[in-house]
Structures are given as structure tokens and as C-alpha cells.
Design a protein around this ligand. Structure first.
Ligand code: FCB
Length: 446
């Protein structure tokens, strides 16, 4: 029967997770430490001293995750590979136990009829590479190419959808400018250098994929944003423009062969370590762009300084907020998808992450009736449908996240899952939103 909800047949419905946030087994199976292991074990960096040491224990319980995906009838599962599980020191021969782990996961997904969406980097850089300069160093981009080629060679025939990395803005800016994320630096020059080397790493890996002769689809996942100006004062308009450049054009312009955006070059161009040929590598052809969307901010101008390295700041808005304090604005998702589709020649877009944290208090029967999350998802899925009807080439949607997991500097205090994970026994417990999404996937929802 044809779907009744206006989504085209063939639209991909999936869920997303990432290695450090779910795997646990931080020092098992020959895995080396990543910058997130180090950061999480540095006092004061992560809420309540939490770490990904055990996380959801997906390294051992991956089968439970697949059972959930099967029950949802999800078409796709987006997960990331832990680079230090494959190369404990970030270079050299691959660690067989690491390859075996992902190989088993891929076999089980194939058996379940779920498309793997494999992401090579979701922020857990091998610590050994950090010590050699991390993303500030050009060599890290070359090491990334080597790691990517290992993955293409070992499992390339079993994965049709690849992404190089997740949200390079976060890795560069939260990691090196505000220090909220690993490696925890606060240095504008370091952040700018990291941004270029992340893009270079992406380009080198994308080019290596094409050269490998594999015939899958290759993309990049970003968290674009086009914040509204708080007022129509010229300085607030300029602030919103600057914010939009750092979150969106800084990534999409180079990837689509336009070089770095003028507004960024004027301010920080001197710190971009561009060498001859880099911009061509970064512009390696792509099949799709993944968009992660959670909220849309309004910003105003603010004096740049140690406490405000951006030179703009969000203003309070009237919308309801999630537990993250992020405003709920489904139309912002439609707006950002349309903005990208109108301004860059993307053949295909996917929403690779969308979801929300809520308090998730269980009822007396233990069931989590997360109506807030259902309303959030429903609103954003409707916004996707509108974007499609306005001509956006959107081909799929992934919920963040399948499971409650390690939410970076918030540890386990913020829950995004369709299923909870019991801290005592790591059992997965579907919330009401899990069943909502199952019915949405089946096309039963309005
Ligand atoms: C995104 C990250 C993802 C998760 C969500 C809430 O920025 O890609 O890992 O933490 O936010």
C-alpha cells in the first residue's frame, strides 16, 4: 500500500549513534585511548565526572542495538568507527580485533536488512595523534587518509553509504576555541588551523574513496546554522551573518569548490594553513550532504573577548526549550534545508541527526511516556515533508539517537534516546517515542 503520510516511497528512515557515545570497552580489544578518553578523565571537564568507559556497552551488546533497529523496522543505521580501535596509535597496521568488531556489526545489519551508514570520524581522535599536534597539524589529515583507506580496503564492499566526519565545526571550534570539547583548547589560531585540516582530511578521504574503485555514495555531515538576527540593527545583522558563515559557508563553500568565504578570510584568513592544491582536494566530488539540526538561534552582536570568542551571542527567545536549553523551532529545519538547497549545488540532502533531550521521568509502571520528544520529532518530520514539497532534494531522516548515551560534556545527564539504557544492567528500554517512530517508519502516522 502507498504511504499515507506524504513521504515518498524509498525515503530512508534511520537512527544515529557514535562510537565514543555508545561503545564503552574503552581499553578492550586492543583499542588505544582517544582524546575523549583523556578529556573525560580530566577533572572538571564532563558533568559528574562521567566518561565513555562503559557507555551503553555496545561493544558487547551490539546485538541488542540491532534488535531495537529491527523492531523499529529502520531502513538505515548511522554509526561511527572508533579510529583508535582500528589504529590504537593513529597510524600503522590495523588492529584486527577492531576490524572484527565492525565486521560483525556489518554482518548482523546485512542479515537484518538494515543499510549501514558508516562514519569514519565522530570526534574520538587517537590520543597519540593529539600529542603529535592533533588537528592543528597537517599530518593528522594524512593519517586520516591512511585510516580511511584501511576501512575502504577491509569493509568497503559491505558499506554503500560513507561519511568522512561528523560536524567538523564542533571538532574545530568547541574543541579548540571554547574548550567545551576535547582536546579542550581555547585558541582562535588553533581552531582555524584545525578547521582547515579537518576539511583537508575530509577531501583526502573522499578522494581516496573515489580512487578505491568502490561504488558507494560519499558525503560529509555538518551542523549548519543560519541564526536569525536578534534585531534589525546593522550590527546584529552583521553578527548573524558572521555566525552563519562560521557554521555553514565555512564548510560548504570549500567543499563545493568556492574556496573559503570572503567574510571568514577577511577576519582569520592569515591563520588558514592552506598549501597549493589543498582547495582542489577539499572539493572532491560528493554524493550528498548530511545536515544535523537541533535548534535555530537568534544572535546579537557582542564584544569579542576571552569570554566571548565568537563576537556574537544568542539572545533569549520565546520558544519552549529542551533539556539542553535549545529552543524548539521545527521551521528552522525547513529554513536551513531550503537555504542549503538554494545556495549550494547539493544533489541530495539527508537529515543525519535530529532529536531532543527531555527529563524522561518513568511512570509508576516504569514506562517513559516522552510526549515532549514525540511532539518534537513529529514537528520536525513535518518540516522535512514541507521542505520536500518546496523542492529540497531530501532523501532521508535519522533520529538522534537510538539510545540514551554519553552526551559529551554533559555526560549521561542529558538523554536523547528512543530507548533508555538501564545504568545497572545496560538493558535497553524503549520509550513511547520508540513506538511512535516505529509507526512513523511504517507510514501509519498522519
Ligand atoms: C550533535 C552530535 C551528537 C550528539 C548531538 C546531541 O552535535 O553530533 O553526537 O551529541 O549533538
Amino acid at each position: 500500500m502507498k504511504r499515507q503520510d506524504g513521504f515518498p516511497d524509498g525515503f530512508i528512515w534511520g537512527c544515529s549513534t557514535s562510537s565514543y557515545q555508545i561503545e564503552g570497552a574503552a581499553a578492550e580489544g586492543g583499542k588505544g585511548p582517544s582524546i575523549w578518553d583523556t578529556f573525560a578523565h580530566t577533572p572538571g571537564k564532563v558533568a559528574e565526572g562521567h566518561s565513555g568507559d562503559r557507555a551503553c556497552d555496545s561493544y558487547h551488546r551490539w546485538n541488542d542495538d540491532i534488535s531495537l533497529l529491527k523492531e523499529l523496522n529502520a531502513g538505515a543505521y548511522r554509526f561511527s568507527v572508533s579510529w583508535p580501535r582500528i589504529q590504537p596509535e593513529g597510524r600503522g597496521v590495523p588492529n584486527q580485533a577492531g576490524l572484527d568488531y565492525y565486521s560483525r556489526l556489518l554482518d548482523a545489519l546485512a542479515e537484518a536488512g538494515i543499510e549501514p551508514w558508516l562514519e569514519l570520524f565522530h570526534w574520538d581522535l587517537p590520543q597519540a595523534l593529539e600529542e603529535a599536534g592533533g588537528w592543528r597539524s597537517r599530518d593528522t589529515a594524512l593519517r586520516f587518509q591512511e585510516y580511511a583507506a584501511i576501512m575502504y580496503g577491509h569493509i568497503g564492499d559491505r558499506v554503500r553509504h560513507w561519511t568522512s566526519m561528523n560536524e567538523p565545526w564542533c571538532a574545530a571550534f568547541l574543541g579548540h576555541l571554547t574548550g567545551e570539547h576535547a582536546p579542550g583548547m581555547r585558541d582562535r589560531v588553533a581552531a582555524t588551523r584545525a578547521a582547515h585540516h579537518l576539511l583537508l582530511a575530509h577531501g583526502l578521504a573522499a578522494r581516496a574513496y573515489r580512487q578505491s574503485g568502490l561504488a558507494g555514495e560519499y558525503g560529509l555531515v555538518i551542523n549548519p546554522s543560519k541564526p536569525r538576527p536578534a534585531t534589525l540593527r546593522p550590527e546584529d545583522l552583521a553578527a548573524s551573518e558572521r555566525a552563519s558563515i562560521e557554521r555553514t559557508s565555512l564548510w560548504l563553500d570549500p567543499v563545493f569548490g568556492r574556496g573559503y568565504p570572503q567574510g571568514f578570510v577577511e577576519r582569520f584568513g592569515g591563520d588558514l594553513p592552506v598549501e597549493a592544491g589543498d582547495m582542489d582536494i577539499i572539493a572532491a566530488p560528493l554524493d550528498f550532504i548530511g545536515v544535523n539540526y537541533y535548534n535555530e538561534e537568534a544572535v546579537r552582536a557582542a564584544a569579542q573577548g576571552p569570554d566571548n570568542p565568537y563576537g556574537f551571542e544568542p539572545v533569549p527567545t520565546y520558544q519552549k526549550k529542551t533539556e539542553m536549553g535549545w529552543e524548539i523551532e521545527p521551521q528552522g529545519l525547513r529554513r536551513i534545508l531550503e537555504y542549503i538547497a538554494e545556495n549550494w549545488p547539493c544533489r541530495v540532502l539527508f537529515v543525519t541527526e535530529n532529536g531532543a533531550a527531555f527529563p524522561d521521568v518513568p511512570g509508576p509502571d516504569g514506562i517513559i511516556r516522552d510526549y515532549d520528544r514525540i511532539e518534537y520529532l513529529e514537528g520536525h518530520i513535518a518540516a522535512c515533508r514541507e521542505a520536500i514539497s518546496h523542492g529540497v532534494p531530501l532523501k532521508g531522516y535519522f533520529v538522534w539517537s537510538l539510545l540514551d548515551n554519553f552526551e559529551w560534556s554533559y555526560g549521561y545527564t542529558k538523554k536523547f534516546g528512543l530507548a533508555g539504557v538501564d545504568p545497572s544492567d545496560r538493558k535497553r528500554r524503549p520509550k513511547l517515542s520508540f513506538y511512535y517512530y516505529r509507526d512513523r517508519i511504517a507510514g501509519f502516522c498522519p
